[in-house]
Design a protein around this ligand. Structure first.
Ligand code: NAP
Ligand code: GDD
Length: 378
């Protein structure tokens, strides 16, 4: 049985990738960092998943986890991934999102250089895009501390491949969304806002730059590409994208129209949510992935918007489910992990053995992005 270690297991992609690899018969371990509050809502429904404690800022924890779990494949999804926050916390972002990749590669080099390594690189590295569409050969021009940190992670992955022969791939993924997306990202902020307004729980949705264009796909489709990269005869870097671009305004229009509302009655543009430097246009050319991996996206843009709005409507109406919205194969949980759900195992066990039987609030129920004074984390 192949063994995989996923960092960033509590995040959106970690949950979909774990689901995918468990379905393929992998023994999957997720690395989670210590948290003072429970943050397992995206993975509670997964049975057979093991958890270990570690942190990308702590090399010794990474070495120990690799020694204990002996993975064949490591997927590095952990990051401070919110671009807006990277201006508020540039040093922490660089440490986790940039240097964290190097720490993990050093741990792999030390413990077992035959481990296959996937790095979650980002279209944010293209930033002020030098070609349209963007492909593997497009020059990078990052526009945020996050983008700069990801660029370090990308090049150190390439460098360890070329220096030490490690099977290391950098997946340059364009934006991918789902009902499991964090509430601070614009698509989920919109789907949550639309659902609240539809249900009479809110009247307004405050947003920043509506003219930014992104290539948005479905996260469930994108994790398959991560796995495919590590199954190839040679390690390479791949752009993963839909090839379509849409403005934030189009996302807003579709999301409101889906519930029979006119967005112009509810959306307020707040200059405080504009970013110090914006990435205006992202659209990817995933021809290499199509040709060499046989990968293509399955969920189109209107389906993605409708899926996210419907999931938030259901959640806010009280039909909260673990992981994501209705119709995507998840299991409702009322009192904690599904039977046989994630286990914190081994000497690194977190001691987090399930909850106390009360219904756990969805972390994202805590509220929506607040409007901070000045240029906030739009
Ligand atoms: P996400 O939901 O924000 O998840 C990030 C994960 O990283 C969380 O599990 C978080 O744990 C963990 N993490 C943060 N700091 C850590 C640390 N110091 N040590 C260990 N774990 C840490 O992000 P996502 O959307 O799933 O994205 C996954 C990866 O793909 C990220 O690297 C992101 O930058 C990259 N990416 C995402 C997209 C996209 O559109 N989603 C596109 C391109 C690239 P906590 O729960 O403890 O915070
Ligand atoms: N978050 C947010 N909140 N963004 C807003 C808002 C708002 O209220 N209003 C407008 N936007 C615009 C942002 O200015 C940006 O141009 C766009 O919406 C998308 O913002 P996010 O959803 O925060 O995502 P991102 O593109 O900055 O970053 C995501 O995609 C990257 C890949 O390109 C993240 O997932 C990154 O981790 C990922 O690398």
């Amino acid at each position: 049985m192949p063994r995989a270690l996923i960092t960033g297991i509590t995040g959106q992609d970690g949950s979909y990738l774990a689901e995918f690899l468990l379905g393929k018969g992998y023994q999957v371990t997720g690395l989670r960092r210590r948290s003072s509050t429970r943050n397992l809502h995206r993975i509670e429904h997964l049975s057979g998943l093991s958890l270990v404690e570690g942190d990308l800022t702590d090399l010794s924890s990474l070495v120990r986890v690799l020694e204990q779990t002996q993975p064949d494949e490591v997927y590095n999804l952990a990051a401070q991934s919110f671009v807006g926050s990277s201006w508020q916390q540039p040093l922490a972002t660089s440490d986790i999102t940039g240097l964290g990749v190097l720490r993990l590669l050093e741990a792999i080099r030390t413990v077992n250089p035959r481990i296959r390594f996937y790095q979650a690189s980002s279209s944010e590295m293209f930033g002020k895009a030098q070609t349209v569409p963007q492909h593997e050969g497009t020059p990078f021009y990052p526009r945020s501390p996050y983008g700069v940190a990801k660029l370090f992670g990308h090049w150190i992955t390439v460098n360890y491949r070329e220096s030490y022969g490690i099977f290391a791939c950098s997946g340059i993924l364009f934006n991918h969304e789902s009902p499991r997306r964090g509430l601070e990202f614009v698509t989920r902020k919109i789907s949550d806002g639309v659902a609240r307004i539809k249900l009479g729980l809110a009247r307004q949705l405050r947003l920043g730059n509506l003219e930014a264009r992104r290539d948005w796909g479905f996260a469930g489709d994108y994790v398959e590409a991560m796995w495919l990269m590590l199954q190839q005869p040679e390690p390479k870097d791949y752009v993963i994208a839909t090839g379509e671009t849409h403005t934030v305004r189009e996302f807003v229009e579709l999301a409101f129209a889906h519930v029979g509302l006119d967005w112009r009655d509810h959306v307020v543009v707040d200059p405080a949510l504009f970013r110090p430097a914006e990435v205006d246009l992202l659209v990817g050319d995933a021809s290499r992935a199509r040709r060499e991996l046989g990968w293509r996206p399955r969920v189109d843009f209107p389906t993605l918007v409708a899926m996210m709005v419907d999931a938030d409507l259901e959640r806010l109406r009280g039909g909260h489910r673990a992981g994501d919205g209705p119709g995507y194969g998840d299991v409702p949980t009322e009192g904690g992990p599904a039977p046989g759900g994630p286990t914190d195992g081994g000497p690194d066990a977190t001691g987090d053995t399930g909850d106390d039987g009360r219904r756990m609030p969805h972390r994202d129920d805590a509220g929506r992005e607040g409007g901070a004074p000045g240029r906030g984390p739009g």
